[in-house]
Design a protein around this ligand. Sequence first.
Ligand code: PEP
Ligand code: MG
Length: 328
Amino acid sequence: RQRALNKLKKTAATTADGEEIELLANIESADDIKALHNLGADGVGLLRTEFLYLNRDTLPEEEELYQVYSDIAKKLKGKPLTIRTVDLGVDKNPRWFGNNGTPNAALNPALGLTGIRLCHAEPVMFRTQMRAILRAAVHGKIRMMFPMIASLSELKQSLVHLETAKKQLTERGEPFAEVDVGCMIEIPSAALTVSSLLKWVDFVSIGTNDLIQYTLSVDRSDDAVSHLYQPAHPAVIKLLSHIIRTANRVGKGVSLCGEMAGDTTYTRLLLGLGLRKFSMNINNLLDVKDVILRSDTEDLENDIIKIVRNEDPDKTDALLKKLNEFDP
Ligand code: PEP
Ligand code: MG
């Protein structure tokens, strides 16, 4: 089976009815890029940047960040690189943030000062990272995205910081390039107001790991409730459908970069919902491509209507099973 999959490395991810699907990689360092090229991924849909902030006593400086991002951008040889601004605060709690690297002691850290909220509370850190990203964009096709946006006001506030970062570089006479800007949709409030958010960004990327957690009120890291963590829960499917349809309607990019994108149980579901860009752990790429090659999006779009309307979680498995039965 692995040999059959290996043959797909150079095959374009096109559905049976000719829809071209973009398959991107989630990476955490430059080490993953060799595999990315080897497996024929179209680029990076999510670079998690937290590693640059952890296990150290001081904040990284702009120059260090610039070097790391530039290095990755160059190694991608023109393929797009989506850099997510730093998403710290829940489990990833940096030492320099005054807590010895121990987990966040807040009673509900996942509802606390994390992600973009932490960046707004630490504007010097935030703008330093943005300047590094803008400078690195000279060396490749870089896109910037903000994590954990809950509302339009948070997005606008982030964009103000971005303008300030650009102004600072201009004043220094530092070369930089414009980047496409996007935000993650991983909080239900963002999902429900995505049409407004889309007016201010070039693209959105759906973070199902958190979107599922917040929609179902199920801690993504708590084994005691892992049986309730259901990616295909009807409420999650309705939100995904809304986000993807809205973005497609206004012609803005929408990708999905949560674990769901790399799980073949959901590939056809997502294709049927209209998703055309998947970003995943590279180890899953060929398996997902294999399903894509054997899927017909027109058929799926018909089958999906029933799934989007369904509100009974007990019926989801059977509906998905039917969707995933491979035709000859
Ligand atoms: C997500 O929430 O789906 C996501 C991709 O981000 P992270 O897993 O880093 O929170
Ligand atoms: Mg997330």
